[in-house]
Ligand binder design. Structure first.
Ligand code: NDP
Length: 253
């Protein structure tokens, strides 16, 4: 069709526009101090709300499906299988396991947040899936960048999941928010976001491309401002909040 022809012809250009949009979003979020209104930053009058867990399931589902389905059209290639597997693992946790585990069952999320994340995941899934489908040849799985990238990916995933686990268990003890302690929380307020950024850096190292770069950048553009907002929020809310803790990058920000 005309649409898919346009998509193929202008693939690189479209991703560059996508990265530029991410950068604009980042600069806007930093300078306007606007907070994505979900979780602790939710506001009244944010339009229609839906169940929080259902919202997470819906908005992450396109990511779980689109990228693996597209990339596996590039068949008979163990490297492609590996990449799709890493992606699937992350999004299986994010869209299925995570929503079932969070203790925010009675909380609600604005449908506008769900729709924007849903759209993001479609675009991101299309770019990354098509790139792998079109451009990734058979590759020796023991290339240096793949081994190191896989290591970085799993370290990131470990940090992300153990930190999310900590937050989930805090909510089990008591409704509302507590000061998280221990592990990476000694250094930063949002180690789950740090882990997520490390994961997609690892993914970029495994399969470097404009598509995987755009995902790594978008994740950073999203999560760095949000971590800064969480960090300020913690410091306002808790007078005894640890003074030497940073927002997201240990000893830096
Ligand atoms: P948060 O850290 O804001 O919250 C995670 C969960 O823990 C929520 O259920 C939250 O409840 C609860 N929680 C957080 N802090 C506390 C506390 N101090 N005490 C008690 N409970 C707490 O993460 P997000 O919801 O923003 O994100 C969830 C996951 O999704 C993360 O792993 C993140 O990395 C990932 N993500 C990835 C993005 C990307 O661009 N790749 C974008 C956004 C998220 P409540 O909701 O009530 O605040």
């Amino acid at each position: 069709s005309i649409m898919s022809h346009f998509f193929f012809e202008n693939f690189r250009f479209l991703i560059l526009c996508w990265i530029a949009l991410g950068l604009i979003t980042f600069i806007y979020l930093i300078y306007s101090k606007k907070k994505a209104p979900y979780g602790r930053h939710i506001k009244k009058n944010r339009g229609i709300l839906i169940d929080n867990s259902l919202g997470w399931f819906i908005m992450e589902l396109p990511a779980l499906i689109i990228m693996p389905v597209l990339s596996l059209q590039n068949d008979n290639n163990p490297f492609v299988l590996l990449i799709a597997f890493f992606w699937f693992l992350h999004y299986f946790n994010r869209s299925i396991i995570f929503p079932l585990r969070i203790n925010t069952k009675k909380k609600r999320i604005p449908i506008f947040i769900v729709l924007s994340a849903f759209t993001f995941n479609i675009v991101n899934g299309l770019f990354n899936g098509y790139h792998i489908y079109l451009n990734v040849p058979e590759t020796n799985l023991f290339e240096f960048n793949i081994v190191i990238g896989a290591l970085v990916f799993f370290v990131g995933m470990l940090i992300n999941i153990t930190s999310d686990n900590k937050l989930i268990s805090l909510r089990k003890e008591k409704m509302g928010y507590k000061i998280p302690q221990g592990k990476m929380f000694k250094y930063v307020s949002c180690p789950n976001y740090l882990g997520e950024i490390i994961e997609w850096l690892g993914f970029f190292m495994i399969a470097p491309s404009l598509a995987s770069l755009s995902f790594f950048l978008w994740t950073s553009f999203n999560l760095i401002p949000r971590a800064i907002n969480h960090h300020k929020w913690y410091n306002r809310k808790f007078k005894n909040y640890p003074k030497n803790r940073k927002a997201i990058f240990p000893f830096i920000i």
